[in-house]
Design a protein. Structure first.
Length: 326
């Protein structure tokens, strides 16, 4: 009896996708053009400079946010990528990751703020995020291919959907976790909701938000490797080829390059939430600010006090000499 019952859910979804493809083609073409333009800029920025120049830039960034140990590790890791012949693919993968993470952050952080300020929005967003986080990664590629065709764009769109959820959740968690008494004090002093958000809630929630940023970047890096199956270039392309050919050498070289990029991005983005603890530049700046704010003796006051003491001592000496003469 139950064998005759079937819910045609897949047919309904297919009909909906066909309707969207036909009626909203202009919208998806515009999205495709924007994503391609940004990816072109990122690709030029990461692939055009010579390897020593890019290594120097990335090493300086690592030193600025984490210190000399991270800078040394960055140099060694990037040198390994160059020596195994995966530099161009690594920079393409980094370009894909940066573009996808940028779009995901532009969606996740405002949506997380909105959800933190509205229980209704939070109740609507939460099941959507649950759906996005439980969906297998490969499933994202199917609608992306249908809507944006084969190439870089469907890989980036699928990566955005895959990496979005942790940023929204952690942004909402960070803002909701701010001490309510501090927020109430801001209201008591007449601060507007926007000012409370900018000057109280966001600064106090920054470590949690930066954890969300770190998770978005890590998930984006893992997904752009899978996105090579729909035409995205980079290290994922060599990994897919190594699977098809059972090429252990190529798979290991591409895989270790992904690991090196992941470690560099993870350590650097983790440090952004607590720069005072990790960044030597931030510590040096904090010391200089503290030195400028420290109280210093006023030269004029010191001079006046010294003159008064000298005059007092001179008077005492003169009185003693007069008494001896008398």
């Amino acid at each position: 009896m139950l064998d005759d019952l079937r819910l045609p859910l897949g047919t309904w979804v297919e009909a909906g996708v066909d309707w969207v493809t036909v009626n909203l083609a202009v919208v998806f073409d515009a999205i495709r053009a924007v994503v391609l333009a940004l990816f072109g800029l990122a690709e030029t920025a990461f692939t055009q400079p010579p390897e020593p120049v890019m290594i120097a830039i990335l090493t300086l960034l690592a030193f600025a946010v984490r210190g000399w140990r991270m800078a040394l590790g960055t140099v060694l890791g990037l040198a390994v990528i160059v020596l195994v012949g995966q530099w161009d693919n690594a920079m393409l993968t980094l370009s894909l990751t940066v573009v996808a993470a940028l779009f995901a952050l532009l969606i996740a952080i405002p949506l997380g703020i909105w959800a933190a300020r509205s229980d209704t929005v939070s109740a609507i967003v939460r099941p959507v995020l649950d759906f996005l986080q439980t969906m297998p990664a490969f499933v994202y590629l199917i609608p992306a291919i249908i809507l944006f065709r084969i190439g870089v764009v469907p890989g980036i769109i699928a990566t955005i959907a895959f990496a979005l959820a942790p940023g929204v959740r952690l942004t909402e968690l960070g803002i909701r976790g701010v001490n309510k008494e501090i927020v109430e004090a801001g209201h008591a002093f007449g601060a507007s909701p926007g000012r409370i958000l900018r000057q109280i809630q966001l600064p106090l929630a920054l470590p949690t938000i930066m954890t969300g940023v770190n998770q978005i970047i890590m998930l984006s890096l893992s997904m752009v490797v899978i996105a090579a199956m729909v035409g995205a270039r980079g290290l994922g392309q060599d990994i897919v080829q190594s699977l098809q050919r059972i090429d252990i050498a190529l798979g290991f070289e591409a895989g270790i390059s992904v690991v090196i990029l992941a470690i560099i991005l993870d350590r650097c983005t983790n440090a952004l939430g607590s720069l005072q603890q990790h960044s030597p530049i931030a510590r040096l700046r904090a010391r200089s600010v503290a030195a400028r704010r420290a109280p210093s003796p006023a030269p004029a006051t010191t001079g006046a006090a010294a003159s008064a003491v000298a005059e007092t001592d001179t008077g005492r000496v003169g009185s003693a000499v007069g008494e001896e003469r008398a």
